[in-house]
Design a protein around this ligand. Structure first.
Ligand code: SAM
Length: 283
């Protein structure tokens, strides 16, 4: 594959997630030879291009205009122009804009070619020390605690490792919600500021991790990927038929929280697991 852009092709170009040296030779070749760069934030991308000594036409394509701009970009591609799609950091479309454009290109048989590179998701997973053979990526979890807990409940018994993105504003609240759903003992890895000066990767049982983050304000700053160990074999394979039977009876007369609490006492199964089953039964 050439390092120079071909006519009528859309390139999905990964850019660094912190360390500018992570830009690839191919990314530089493509960015300097396309007719147009569609960027999430043109000011941000201009700074990267200045650093690389590249001068190219830019068009803003972000979450608020991508439906409308995608058709326009696809028209230019169809007319023979070459276009690179970049986001502010990492791989476009991974919790970033670009999906409508790529879908439109496929619908119109316009070639789409990836220029792979950094992604916080894969960087974090690869260094997490947790199983990588099966993993689930949730993207950003909801901002509201109730909705967040629901998402965590859905994943709580998943066998593979799971990951989500979180901002510094909500990292503690999110970890607290996570503990309320999966308990204190599951191993969780917090990957912070990857590839940057203050990169830290903490791996610990959730309660310990939470204590460490609360005790050190520096650990609450920057960008985060949270990586959660998959459910243990025991949790997955346990026979829950008795739990479900008792839950059903109690839930007919009691609120879920109380029904889960009694069922947990009767069966000895952890309260958070019973609660999740109750949610599923309700659903
Ligand atoms: N497209 C990007 C990618 O491929 O990683 C992700 C974009 S998303 C809008 C930004 C989120 O990714 C941040 O809020 C953070 O959760 C995560 N992230 C990005 N850069 C990171 C870094 N250097 N260290 C840890 N997490 C990072």
């Amino acid at each position: 594959m050439s390092n120079l852009a071909q006519k009528g092709t859309l390139y999905i170009v990964a850019t660094p997630i912190g360390n500018l040296s992570d830009i690839s030779e191919r990314a530089k070749g493509i960015l300097s030879s396309v007719d147009l760069i569609a960027a999430e934030d043109t000011r941000h991308t201009k700074r990267l291009l200045q650093h690389l000594g590249i001068n190219c036409r830019l068009l803003a394509l972000h979450e608020h205009n991508e439906d409308e701009k995608s058709a326009l970009v696809a028209d230019r591609l169809a007319a023979g122009e070459s276009v690179a799609l970049v986001s502010d950091a990492g791989t476009p479309l991974i919790s970033d804009p670009g999906f409508p454009l790529v879908r439109e290109c496929h619908q119109r048989s316009i070639p789409v070619s990836p220029i792979p590179g950094s992604s916080a998701l894969i960087a974090a997973l690869s260094a997490s020390g947790l199983a990588t053979d099966e993993f689930h990526f949730i993207g950003f979890v909801p901002r509201k605690s109730n909705a967040r807990r629901e998402v965590f409940s859905e994943k709580a018994t998943a066998s593979g490792t799971w990951l989500f993105y979180e901002s510094s504003h909500r990292i503690i609240e999110s970890l607290r919600d996570l503990a309320a759903i999966i308990g204190d003992l599951r191993r969780v890895v917090l990957a912070r500021e990857l590839t940057k000066l203050h990169e830290t990767i903490i791996s610990a049982p959730l309660a310990e991790l939470l204590d460490q983050v609360i005790a050190d304000e520096n650990q609450q700053k920057g960008e985060f990927v949270v990586i959660v160990e998959g459910a243990a074999q025991k949790e997955k394979s346990e026979d829950f038929s008795d739990v479900d039977r008792i839950l059903r009876i109690l839930m007919a007369d009691l609120p879920l929280k109380q029904a889960a609490s009694f069922t947990s006492e009767i069966t000895g199964v952890k309260k958070n697991i019973v609660y999740q089953r109750g949610l599923a039964l309700k659903g």
